[in-house]
Design a protein. Structure first.
Length: 244
C-alpha cells in the first residue's frame, strides 16, 4: 500500500474503509497461457514470460480477452487463469514483515502484523485488523475487519473474531495482551476480552470478559479464574515465535 493511500484513509474507521473500497480501482488480474504464431510485436506492452510463440501473459481480464479476439487466427491454444473478480483490496505484501507467514494464509492490505507474529495456514486477516507482537493465529482462524488483538495471544484453529464494517456503528472486537482463544470459538462483534483471559474451545462469546477470567459454553460464561493449572495448560512457546 502506497504512503499516499495510507495518508488519505484511516483503516480503523469503517466509513474510511468503505470510502477506500469505493474509490480504489477494481481489478481482475489474470494469467493467460498462450501458444501459437505470436510475434514479439503482438506482445508489445504486455508483461510476459517465455518465448513469443509459447508464453504466459500477466494482465487484466479486458486486455486478455481483447488479445485473444485480436489474435485468434494465430492462437493454437490458450488457458486463462484468475482467482478474483473486480477485487478492491489486494493481499498485503508480507515480504518485509518480521513475522512467520505460512502458505495458504490470506492477509489483506490495510491489516497490521507486528513483529514476531505467526500466521498459520488458512488463517484470514481482514482490512483494518491489528495483530500484536508475538501473537499466533492458528490454522483456519478468521480475524475480521478492524479487530484489535494484543501482544502474545493465541487465536486457536478455526476461531472467529467477528469483524465490523456493517453496521459501522458497531465496536470491533478488542483482545488485550496474553489472551488465549480456543479452537472454533466465536467472539461476537463489540466484545472486549481483557488481559490474561482464556476462552475455551467452541465457546460463543457475546459479552465482555474480565482480566484472567476463564469462559466456556454457548453463550460463554465465567467458569473460573485463571489458576496455576490453567496457566500450565495454556502456556505459549516462545520458540515458535523466534528465528525470523
Amino acid at each position: 500500500m502506497s504512503e499516499d493511500i495510507k495518508s488519505r484513509y484511516d483503516f480503523t474507521d469503517p466509513y474510511q474503509i468503505a470510502q477506500y473500497i469505493k474509490d480504489v480501482k477494481k481489478t481482475t488480474p489474470v494469467k493467460l497461457y498462450v501458444s501459437g504464431d505470436i510475434s514479439q510485436n503482438d506482445l508489445e506492452g504486455f508483461e510476459y514470460y517465455g518465448i513469443s510463440s509459447s508464453c504466459v501473459i500477466f494482465t487484466q481480464i479486458d486486455a486478455a480477452n481483447m488479445f485473444i479476439e485480436t489474435h485468434k487466427s494465430k492462437i493454437k491454444s490458450y488457458r486463462l487463469e484468475y482467482d478474483r473478480r473486480n477485487s478492491a483490496i489486494p493481499l498485503l505484501d508480507t515480504t518485509a514483515l518480521q513475522a512467520r507467514i505460512e502458505p495458504g494464509s490470506f492477509i489483506r492490505e490495510g491489516a497490521i502484523i507486528e513483529k514476531g507474529c505467526v500466521v498459520m495456514m488458512g488463517a484470514v486477516v481482514n482490512i483494518g485488523a491489528v495483530i500484536g507482537q508475538d501473537t499466533m493465529l492458528d490454522m483456519g482462524c478468521v480475524v475480521g475487519a478492524r479487530v484489535q488483538v494484543g501482544k502474545k495471544c493465541h487465536i486457536g484453529a478455526g476461531a472467529v473474531l467477528a469483524g465490523v464494517l456493517e453496521p459501522p456503528s458497531k465496536t470491533p472486537v478488542i483482545i488485550e495482551d496474553d489472551v488465549l482463544v480456543g479452537a472454533n470459538a466465536v467472539v461476537i462483534e463489540g466484545v472486549h476480552i481483557c488481559a490474561g483471559a482464556v476462552v475455551a474451545a467452541g465457546a460463543i462469546v457475546t459479552q465482555d470478559v474480565g482480566p484472567n477470567e476463564v469462559v466456556a459454553g454457548n453463550p460463554a460464561r465465567v467458569v473460573k479464574m485463571k489458576d496455576d493449572k490453567t496457566i500450565s495448560k495454556t502456556e505459549l512457546l516462545d520458540d515458535l515465535r523466534k528465528g525470523f
